[in-house]
Write a protein of this length. Structure first.
Ligand code: UD1
Ligand code: CA
Length: 476
């Protein structure tokens, strides 16, 4: 961990990201289920958790603020938002940060100002820690060598330092330079302020270029260059293709981390894991799974192929069969679920239960050892332990009316009840303890404990009727 007392961080995140062709501000583009700026904030959170941070916002400012403010893991950090009303370039963005209340504070506290781009989802805390450790002079510039430097500012080394030439301004000879700038630098704030006020917009993009400050430091013999070997850590995202590449790289890194920690992956290249996902050693994840948010998978759990699991806890020795989709739910120990089961928010499947194919639960809690084996929908329901529910059961929880703001009604099925196949319960309704609901019954009133509920048309057999019907010309 670095000495946070001496540094402050400013993340440039005001741009629209025109090349993304999306209405969302670029830094909120999702990488493995999270806005890409979260990766940048994480690298600070780990390397220098106490350092003051400012995020320069402009395009989609409210959305960006809201996304960051509502993420619990950033709540202990000191994060301010600085407005860049018009996006006149990265130099202008840095100026907005420096001239804000936040900028005044970091000058008063004699901190170095580290600038980071908001569009580097692969950035990590090692990079940040290294830059901070190497801060020296007025400007410390981080560079890397890319096999294909296209799009990045080229570092043209010269006597006493370097200058940076943007892609759009570079001559063919300059374009062949593989050492690039990556929008990561540390500045002495006083020096930065003076240098920014000298910036001009006489370049191909007509913008205030922050990289021009590097040349100002070279003139004063006050530039230090720090090189980072792993260029992939420093990959910017400017269009959907770069977003896809960054997601792919990050995905494999995460899988590798968990695999080295004892998790088995059947097809590592196809798995997508969010940054907050916790997988216990001894668990197993199949091909094509996407695990996101605060998902936890306990020891011995096995998740077959093509499951999407978001903000859900999967307990010990659970077996999730192919094609399940879980959101904001919990699956307790030893449950067998799927294939193709859907847990919608607010659901819990109790220990030892069995959920079969094409079963959907919404806001429904099942206690222990419940079986819902085939083709059923349970919404707004509470189900006691050792309950068996047959095939094709439906809780009818909505009658089209909204009463006292309540749209949905609750179904309660008490312990040890047995519900036959092809039944419905019209909520609000309770099936009492140990009660028996006969197949084909529509339950519209409470079933007392230990009662049998039958609600279906009585069967009549008309002997010989079938051949009579055939004689009437009924086609077979
Ligand atoms: C910038 C650098 C380039 C570097 C590259 C690394 C400049 C002029 N060029 O180019 O040297 O190799 O990053 O990816 O700095 N932003 C603002 N306000 C603005 C303009 C941009 O906040 O007025 C933010 C953007 O939201 C983005 C970051 O700054 O997060 C970088 O801007 P972008 O337009 O992506 O710059 P590049 O062309 O990639
Ligand atoms: Ca960029």
């Amino acid at each position: 961990m670095t000495n946070s007392n001496k540094v402050a961080f400013s993340i440039l995140a005001a741009g629209k990201g025109t090349r993304m062709k999306s209405p969302l501000p670029k830094v909120l583009s999702s990488v493995l289920g999270e806005p890409m700026i979260f990766g940048v904030l994480d690298s600070i959170r780990v390397a220098a958790p106490d350092a003051p941070v400012s995020v320069v916002v402009g395009f989609g400012r409210e959305e960006v603020k809201k996304a960051i403010a509502s993420e619990p893991r950033f709540s202990a950090m000191s994060i301010d938002f600085v407005l860049q009303e018009e996006q006149l370039g990265t130099g202008h963005a840095a100026k907005c940060a420096l001239e804000s209340q936040w900028g005044k504070r970091i000058k008063d506290e004699s901190r170095s100002m580290v600038i980071l781009p908001g569009d580097f989802p692969l950035l990590n805390s090692d990079v940040v820690a290294k830059l901070v450790a190497e801060i020296d002079g007025k400007v410390t510039l981080l560079t890397t060598e890319r096999p294909d430097p296209t799009g990045y500012g080229r570092v043209i080394r010269q006597e006493g330092g370097a200058r940076i030439v943007e892609q759009a301004d570079a001559s063919p000879e300059e374009q062949s330079v593989k050492e690039v700038a990556v929008s990561i630098y540390a500045f002495d704030p006083e020096f930065l302020g003076a240098a920014l006020s000298e910036l001009k917009t006489d370049n191909a993009q007509g913008e205030y270029y922050l990289p021009d400050v590097v040349f100002a430091a070279t003139r004063e013999k006050a530039l230090k260059i720090v090189e980072w070997r792993e260029y992939e850590d420093l990959s910017g995202v400017n269009d959907p293709w770069e977003l896809a590449l960054a997601s792919e790289k990050l995905a494999l890194r995460r899988v590798k981390y968990h695999a080295q920690n004892g998790v088995r992956f059947d097809d590592p290249k196809t798995v997508r894991l969010g940054s907050q996902v916790e997988l216990s050693p001894g668990s197993r994840v199949g091909a094509g799974c996407e695990l996101e948010g605060r998902t936890k998978v306990a020891e011995g759990a096995r998740i077959e192929a093509d499951c999407t699991i978001r903000n859900t806890e999967v307990g010990t020795d659970v077996h999730v069969k192919r094609g399940c989709y879980f959101e904001d739910s919990a699956v307790d120990a030893r449950v067998k679920i799927g294939p193709y089961a859907h847990l919608r928010p607010g659901s819990r499947v109790g220990a030892g239960s069995k959920i079969g194919n094409f079963v959907e639960l919404k806001k429904t809690e099942l206690s222990e050892n419940v079986a819902v084996s085939h083709l059923s929908y349970l919404g707004d329901a509470k189900v006691g332990k050792d309950v068996n529910i047959g095939c094709g059961f439906i809780t009818c929880n909505f009658d089209g009316r909204v009463i006292d703001g309540k749209r949905k009604h609750e179904t309660i099925i008490e312990d040890e009840a047995f519900v036959g196949s092809d039944c419905q319960t019209v909520a609000p309704v309770t099936v009492g303890k140990g009660a028996y609901v006969a197949s084909g019954t529509t339950v519209t009133k409470n079933v007392p404990e230990d009662a049998l509920a039958v609600g279906r048309v009585k069967q009549e057999n008309k002997l010989g009727y079938a051949s009579r019907l055939r004689g009437m010309g009924r086609s077979r």
